[in-house]
Design a protein around this ligand. Structure first.
Ligand code: PEP
Ligand code: MG
Length: 897
């Protein structure tokens, strides 16, 4: 019932009530997400029946707990927590210890026999209430950015200094009692409001604050990044308090049924004696390991829960096994032990990085816990990127001195320049800088900067701290608890324990798999996927389920090999022009320029003849690597002026070669200038103006394929015409293809060269005219980069100027160049496929725009019946997994509908 109760509420109810579980959960109730929606739809008013329902539910909790809310002798204390459908760690608010005031505190003291504990709970309530309910939910902007929590925290630190103690737990009951008074006065002074003494007011204040936090800045930001719809709303969980800070027979902890860092099937977690849950997440004290397996460099000398409370550990271990079996997935659990009694406070599906997601899916399938379909659906395709994450070359890494070591919270290597605030991270990143965000700890306010950084390094916190959770969710390199460095964030530098000073803008390298930090920038290398057995097992399943082919966009034999290694089944886009860039391109580029600068057909033909050898050589090499798998070769696409040289020496060389003066050459260059090159003399239009260019390329393709055939190597080229808008262009070019085909058969003395002739669909008109285009084309490949550009009228190259604002204002749900705009551009694609197949039922259809490597877009392509998607080599595994998921989801939908 996640949609109604939120994740936390649904799981609490299930843990408490399900017949297979019946776990010790503190009693409570959930105010549903429907109330949140109502609240926002009705000018922040509650439904009229809410108050009575809360009172009734509270009475039931009182009965179960044998305590009364607001009672002076035996007060019941409550917590109020948010809980949305999808977990949003730390993004929304919580208020604990509700029900305490100057009167009920006496009851808590008497009942717990611990005055210090009672006043500590009270000062926490005042602090949280002032921060969450009065300041944040009240929409107050703190003066100079310093909020009430910070003011109170500073006061707490001062008192500790005055008393000469280090830990909160060393403060006496009296100290805390005074602090409660002071905190109330600070609330009045800074926020101009009194802390409410009435428990009911506190409760309703807390409930309202949770609802308000759904529309807080950080929650909105997080939803945007995670694409969580605004209308879902949050539920509010109101639950009886249990205390992990009632002395040394109490504790609180966070654990995972499997290790979320590497996926190993081992119970993994941390706990803190005499503490509340927020202490673990805040990362102020170093948590202890729950068992031997959970020890790390920082906690290796601390006592495990297993040793400290063997009985309770046994109970917890048994519960975690039952939970995993019940939910059939790795669970992230929160527990508290109050005076020796174990309580389960939360369980939810645990966040994990890509490496562990793959391992857990493969392992759980092998263990028989889940079926193949579930295993495939378990891994977010985008997370696969992490398995391909660059790492430092171990040999080079060995020779570098580790300047600091922390906990490895997010794997992979990262290199960047140090910044000390989230705002700086955002600003530097917007200028194209790679940055590493260095902070004492992170808070939900930092998410934007964290997202923009290559990696995050914190000095405080453990593996379950905010930074670790968020980075893990994103698969970002992250090191936490790196206490060996001290940060001077005002002066913008940090110092290592050896006294090395690293300033803002200095380069550092982080190994998030080991927790090590290096000065300077270490070279990153690619990983060997073949060694990852879980990946191989999962991808074997993936290939059984997917029905669409996955090809790659690649223009060199090296890239094609890389893509084949990732599982590409063909080349969906070989961009011919790429042979004129990069390594070894000097000679062909010179010849191409010569061809472009030619004035007569004769001159052009002679330049093309020379160029032919190079074009054929490159095409042949790629066809050879693909061994008979299809290779879609696109004829020259960009406007010719893109290849015109700008430096004088190159121009002089050309003028000499062509035997024309510089002024004539300059005139020819001027003639090539276009006001709107993206809509200009490019694509098929080049082939129409200069049929000899098409002829040369087609001859290179047929000769390459024919020669390979004679050498006993299978070759299957698909000739693709770019930027077409109608059938006649296609027929015009087809006549050239037919002529060259016959000539090549004769020249090589072969009977047949298998090939296909097709077109890209990149112009809206082409999609609309697909029925007639299919009369000539054997295949369509949707060039969704251009199709998006021409459908929106958004220039591919200039979108940075206005898109951010569009996204901010939600005028668009996302960047349409990243994920297909399904309702607009998607309609054109659908029309194109339908009309094309009406003419030619077996028309082969694929996509080769960047969208071919975007999981959502891949699923869309499946849904409209494409035969294949094509994407850059590193996206191939993502596309394969997304294709399999689409096939499974499709089947499930058919089954149930
Ligand atoms: C496209 O337009 O989608 C495409 C693949 O071609 P290019 O990106 O080379 O214009
Ligand atoms: Mg294009």
């Amino acid at each position: 019932m996640k949609n109604l109760l939120g994740g936390k509420g649904a799981n609490l109810a299930e843990m408490a009530g399900h017949k297979d579980l019946k776990l010790p959960v503190p009693p409570g109730f959930t105010i549903t997400t429907e109330v949140c929606t109502y609240f926002y739809d009705n000018k922040r008013q509650y439904p009229s029946t809410l108050e009575k329902q809360i009172k009734d539910a509270l009475a039931q909790v009182e009965k179960l707990m044998g305590k009364k809310f607001g009672d002076v002798k035996n007060p019941l204390l409550m917590s109020v927590r948010s809980g949305a459908r999808k977990s949003m760690p730390g993004m929304m608010d919580t208020v604990l210890n509700i029900g305490l005031n100057d009167e009920t505190i006496q009851g808590l003291i008497a009942e717990s026999g611990d005055e210090r504990f009672a006043y500590d709970a009270y000062r926490r309530l005042v602090m949280m209430y002032a921060d969450v309910v009065i300041e944040k939910a009240g929409g107050m902007e703190p003066a100079k950015g310093i909020g009430i929590r910070k003011i109170m925290d500073e006061r707490l630190e001062e008192v500790k200094k005055e008393k000469g103690v280090e830990l909160d737990t060393d403060l006496s009951a009296d100290d805390l009692k005074k602090l409660v008074k002071e905190f109330k006065a600070l609330t009045k002074k800074h926020l101009k409001q009194d802390f409410p003494e009435t428990p009911w007011d506190q409760l309703m204040g807390g409930v309202g604050a949770v609802f308000a936090s759904w529309n807080g800045k950080r929650a909105i930001e997080y939803r945007r990044i995670e694409r969580i719809p605004d209308e879902w709303g949050t539920a509010v969980n109101v639950q009886a308090m249990v205390f992990g800070n009632m002395g040394n027979d109490s504790c609180t902890g966070v654990a995972f049924t499997r290790n979320p860092g590497n996926g190993e099937n081992k119970f993994y977690g941390e706990y803190l004696v005499n503490a509340q849950g927020e202490d673990v997440v805040a990362g102020i004290r170093t948590p202890a390991p729950i068992n031997q397996y959970s020890k790390n460099d920082h906690s290796k000398n601390l006592t495990t829960l297993e040793k400290f409370m063997p009985e309770q550990y046994k109970e917890l271990d048994e519960i975690q096994q039952r939970l995993e079996k019940h939910y059939k997935d790795m669970q992230d659990i929160e527990f508290t032990i109050e005076k020796g009694k174990l309580y389960m406070l939360q369980c939810r599906v645990g966040k994990r990085n890509g490496v562990s997601a793959v391992k857990m899916a493969a392992d759980m399938y092998k263990e028989g816990m889940i079926d193949a379909e579930t295993a495939i659906l378990r891994v977010n395709p985008n997370q696969l990127v992490e398995l391909l994450l660059p790492m430092f070359d171990p040999d080079i890494e060995k020779t570098h001195k580790v300047i600091a070591k922390g906990l490895p919270a997010g794997p992979g290597g990262a290199v960047g320049r140090v910044v000390f605030s989230s705002e700086d991270a955002v600003e530097w990143a917007s200028k194209g800088e790679k940055v590493i965000l260095v902070r004492e700890e992170t808070s939900p306010e930092d998410v934007d900067g964290m997202h923009k950084s290559e990696a995050i390094l914190t000095t405080k916190g453990g593996m379950t701290s905010h930074a670790a959770l968020v980075a893990r969710g994103w698969g970002k390199c992250c090191i936490v608890g790196c206490s060996e460095i001290s940060i001077h964030d005002k002066e913008k530098y940090f110092v290592t324990k050896d006294g090395k000073k690293i300033k803002e803008g200095d380069w550092v390298s982080l190994n998030g798999s080991k927790g090590t930090v290096y000065e300077g920038s270490l070279p990153l290398i690619d990983v060997d996927l073949n060694k990852n057995q879980s990946y191989k097992q999962l991808m074997t399943l993936v290939d059984k389920y997917k029905t669409m082919g996955v090809r790659t966009n690649a223009d060199t034999p090296k890239d094609v090999e890389q893509a084949t290694y990732f599982g590409a089944e063909g080349v969906g886009l070989f961009r011919t022009e790429h042979m004129f860039y990069g390594e070894g391109s000097d000679k062909p580029l010179f010849l191409l320029r010569k061809m472009i600068m030619s004035d007569t057909e004769q001159e052009r033909k002679s330049a093309l003849n020379e160029l032919f050898t190079f074009v054929k050589r490159d095409i042949k090499a790629t066809l050879e690597v693909m061994k008979g798998n299809p290779v879609t070769i696109r004829l020259l696409d960009p406007p010719l002026h893109e290849f015109v040289p700008h430096d004088k020496a190159k121009l002089q060389e050309l003028s000499k070669e062509l035997g024309v003066s510089m002024s004539i050459l300059n005139r020819r260059i001027l003639a090539l200038h276009e006001n709107n090159p993206m809509l200009g003399h490019r694509g098929v239009r080049l082939g129409v103006s200069y049929p000899e260019i098409t002829e040369m390329q087609v001859r290179a393709i047929f000769e390459a394929a024919g020669e390979l055939q004679k050498e006993g190597v299978k070759a299957f080229p698909e000739i693709m015409i770019p930027v077409t808008c109608g059938r006649h262009e296609l027929s015009h070019q087809k006549a050239i293809v037919d002529k060259v085909y016959d000539e090549t058969l004769e020249k090589l003395g072969v009977k047949k060269i298998p090939y296909l002739y097709g077109t890209m669909i990149e112009i809206p008109r082409a999609a609309l005219k697909a029925d007639s285009m299919a009369m000539v084309a054997d295949f369509f490949s949707f060039g969704t980069n251009d199709l998006t550009q021409m459908s929106f009228g958004f220039s591919r190259d200039d979108i940075g100027g206005f898109l951010p604002k569009y996204l901010d204002l939600k005028l668009l749900p996302g960047d349409p160049f990243v994920s297909i705009d399904q309702s607009g551009v998607g309609e054109l694609i659908k029309i194109g496929v339908e009309r094309g197949r009406k003419t030619k039922p077996n028309l082969k259809v694929g996509i080769c725009g960047e969208h071919g490597g975007d999981a959502e877009s891949v699923k869309f392509c499946h849904s409209i019946g494409m035969n294949y998607v094509s994407c850059s080599p590193f996206r191939v595994p993502i596309a394969r997994l997304a294709a399999a998921q689409a096939a499974i989801e499709d089947k499930k939908y058919v089954k149930t509908s």
